[in-house]
Design a protein around this ligand. Structure first.
Ligand code: ZN
Length: 176
């Protein structure tokens, strides 16, 4: 049963007003501006989350950042600038290696610089999840050896993610 439908005796007008506000989905004319703003913000976030979860592209980003999370965003933006760029480039897949580097006309490797497997291209999935040569580094910073599904890293600390990226040597500070 919806708790707001329960009829309870009201003891004063203030209690009645609070009950009215809880039952009303739209802000009333005398709703304080901050409450209106909060409702607008929540509605916007709900719609944005819905669009993000239905987005057909951005596969890597949606695995690593599946929810709009203001706390995680605050931590990301609080990283030192060079670490912020590293984290964002990996999370968005806009890295200076592999296909993205090729599209930008930048130097790139034909195969993985870490495991030297000629069948393996340098991709974000290979870096963060599957390169065997980076298993021990991954275990040290990301608490796992191999991740075939990058969504397993969606809750990893951003500091640990940056430490892993730096340790891999795939994104040299000189490239930033
Ligand atoms: Zn590799």
């Amino acid at each position: 049963m919806d708790p707001t439908t329960v009829t309870t005796p009201l003891t004063n007008w203030r209690e009645g007003e609070q009950l009215f506000r809880r039952r009303t989905s739209r802000p009333s004319a005398d709703c304080p501006l901050s409450a209106c703003w909060r409702r607008f913000e929540l509605s916007f976030l709900e719609r944005a989350q819905q669009r993000w979860s239905l987005e057909p592209t951005c596969f890597i980003s949606r695995c690593l950042w599946p929810r709009l999370d203001s706390e995680r965003t605050r931590k990301l933006l609080g990283l030192p600038r060079i670490h912020l760029r590293m984290a964002v480039s990996v999370i968005t897949g806009h890295c200076t290696f592999g296909n993205h580097a090729r599209r930008l006309g930048l130097p790139y490797n034909d195969f993985c610089r870490s495991c030297h497997d000629e069948e393996e291209e340098e991709t974000v999935l290979h870096l963060l999840g599957t390169c065997r040569a980076l298993e021990s580094l991954r275990a040290r910073f990301l608490q796992g050896g191999i991740f075939s599904d990058l969504s397993e890293l969606s809750t990893v600390s951003l500091g640990a993610l940056v430490s892993f990226i730096r340790g891999s040597g795939w994104l040299e500070p000189a490239n930033f």
